[in-house]
Design a protein around this ligand. Structure first.
Ligand SMILES: Nc1ncnc2c1ncn2[C@@H]1O[C@H](COP(=O)(O)OP(=O)(O)OP(=O)(O)O)[C@@H](O)[C@H]1O
Length: 560
């Protein structure tokens, strides 16, 4: 701001010099009087050049840093929300909020604010200089300024509506793009290329219309303002000419005055344009603020403590009931089970009976509505989420991989792990054998979501990651899904190694590969009956601790 104000002051002085040159050199034809103002002018131009460069760079620096900090903050905020937040929204739209909408805010807060300040300063300087030459003439000029402001206010309101539509369409278009690209195999397999292209075209047209109405408004704004500006200049020059004829104003005075006005009106116009930038930024900021206002469903309690050291791995669900936010049917009701080090508890049951929900509660993505989840006898709501999750390793149904190398993906379980540790985990998980055959070994990229690898290979990388994490509690969510018997056999060996000595909760509806000695917990979907029944299955060992004996009435009210 300081640099920009200095540059504007240099321009004011340069115009004044131009007036002097006109009156003292051109009108008098005295060449000797030319050199001093000419060199001063040159000096001013140099100072103006340096200061405006410094101002522009400093503004860009501040704006970019702001953009970086805001994006980091919004992203960190989204990461602190339950996975539910992203799952309930379209990914492309969220990405548009993190990129384009934040960029629109940056344009206002970074360059926009500086521009507002420096333009306002220029208006004051040029108006002051014009007053200095002829206050009465300047007053006439100023009387026309409100016309600019009224026009810009009229346009800004419409521009804001158009900008909000454009932001919304941009998010929708990004969502279609993201979904189409992420599901390309599905699109091609079902011959839906045309439909997907049509969807994109539809969103693209909506975006185009929103952009065109913005272009229409900003295109119209310029000529309207220019007409007002021209009327002002003609009035001033006419009035000035009359004053010169009457001998009350010199030619240099009039020229300098007109030059000040030529600088002043664009500055006033610039103030109006900032109103348009504000409208655009407001549309973007509404969308970013909506994200920042979302509160995490689960936070660390003020009295939350970190687990002292490594957990023993004693897990207990004690009369747990849970309904997802916005749902009326409970996902779980009165579930009780315990598992200790070395135990393997297999949660089974039909689809939708709440098996994966148990894992989400154990990781505290949600808190139960009833009952408690305990780790080492402590309610996990009294523990910090970091220390809880440090002690639980999860292997998801579809192993989630990032688009880095094999090594990066295994080391995700323990950042900073050495290559030796990664290789040891990979050997234990049966990853090493196929990695040896990959073109770049552990540095081979796994592709977007690991799609360059087979399902079984991805699963084994997930196991290696969990081995490296070395957490005392292990949750395996359908680790065998989609694998053929031969691959399951390959995966089972490292899985057994991984489970040894840990508390393992294995979620599966396929009991064929469950190791002997496992405790089986069968969940039944809540809506069909009033209670969750846990029952013993076949010859698989121990009976779990029951929340309610089979056949007993459910302690809670029936679901709505
Ligand atoms: N994020 C969510 N928001 C709302 N409801 C959900 C959510 N996730 C799951 N549900 C609902 O909760 C119930 C239990 O789901 P859950 O995923 O735990 O079942 P599951 O037994 O693991 O099923 P599957 O074997 O098919 O994976 C289902 O009725 C499901 O529709």
């Amino acid at each position: 701001m300081v640099f920009a104000v200095l540059a504007a002051l240099c321009e004011v002085a340069a115009i004044r010099l131009f007036g002097h040159i006109t009156d003292d050199v051109l009108a008098t034809r005295d060449l000797d009087a030319f050199w001093a103002p000419a060199f001063t002018w040159l000096g001013l131009a140099a100072v103006a050049g340096v200061t405006s460069f410094a101002g522009a760079y400093a503004t860009a620096y501040g704006a970019e840093k702001f953009l970086l900090a805001l994006r980091d903050r919004v992203f960190a905020h989204i990461q602190s929300l339950s996975p539910d937040f992203s799952e309930n929204r379209r990914l492309g739209d969220l990405m548009a909020r993190l990129t384009d909408d934040i960029q629109a805010i940056e344009e206002l807060v970074g360059s926009g604010l500086v521009k507002l300040f420096t333009t306002a300063a220029s208006v004051i300087f040029f108006a002051g200089a014009a007053f200095f030459i002829r206050w009465d003439l300047a007053l006439v000029t100023m009387a026309l300024i409100p016309a600019f402001l009224v026009v810009s206010k009229l346009f800004a309101a419409r521009f804001r509506t158009a900008a909000a539509r454009e932001r919304f369409s941009n998010g929708a278009m990004n969502s279609v793009l993201e979904e189409g690209l992420a599901n390309q195999a599905l699109v091609q397999a079902y011959n839906r290329q045309g439909a997907e292209s049509g969807r994109l075209h539809g969103e693209g047209r909506r975006w185009l219309r929103a952009n065109l109405s913005q272009a229409w408004l900003s295109g119209l704004y310029q000529p309207v303002v220019q007409v007002i500006e021209t009327v002002c200049l003609i009035v001033i020059i006419g009035f000035g000419a009359w004053e010169i004829v009457a001998g009350r104003l010199t030619l240099g005075g009039l020229l300098a005055f007109a030059a000040y006005l030529a600088m002043l009106y664009p500055a006033v116009q610039g103030l109006g344009e900032i109103a348009l930038t504000v409208s655009e930024a407001a549309a973007g900021s509404d969308r970013v603020i909506e994200v920042l206002r979302a509160r995490p469903l689960v936070t660390d309690a003020e009295s939350a403590v970190a687990l002292p050291g490594r957990s023993e791995g004693r897990v207990e669900f004690d009369g747990v009931g849970f309904t997802y936010p916005g749902r009326t049917r409970p996902a779980l009701r009165d579930v009780s089970l315990t598992a200790g080090p070395g135990d393997l508890v297999v949660c089974t049951g039909p689809s939708g009976s709440g098996k994966s929900t148990l894992a989400k509660l154990l990781l505290r993505f949600y808190d139960p509505d009833r009952g408690r989840v305990l780790l080492d006898g402590r309610d996990i709501r009294g523990l910090t989420r970091d220390s809880l999750r440090d002690n639980v390793a999860i292997l998801h149904q579809e192993t989630l991989l990032f688009s880095g190398s094999v090594r990066d993906n295994i080391a995700y379980g323990r950042p900073g792990a050495s290559l030796g540790e990664v290789i040891r985990a990979a050997e234990a998980a049966g990853v090493h054998d196929f990695v040896k055959l990959l073109p770049q070994g552990y540095d081979t990229p796994v592709g977007q979501r690991g799609r360059l690898l087979s399902g079984g290979q991805r699963q084994r990388i997930g196991i290696a990651r969990a081995i490296l994490r070395d957490a005392p509690v292990l949750v395996l969510d359908e680790p065998m899904t989609g694998l053929d018997d031969a691959t399951v056999a390959q995966v089972m060996k490292p899985l057994r190694r991984l489970m040894a000595g840990r508390t393992t909760i294995l979620i599966t509806h396929d009991l064929r590969h469950v190791p002997d000695g496992a405790r089986i917990v069968e969940l039944e979907p809540v809506p069909r009956e009033d209670r969750i029944r846990l029952k013993r299955v076949g010859s698989f060992g121990l009976r779990p601790r029951l929340g309610a004996p089979p056949g007993a009435a459910a302690p809670e009210a029936a679901p709505p």
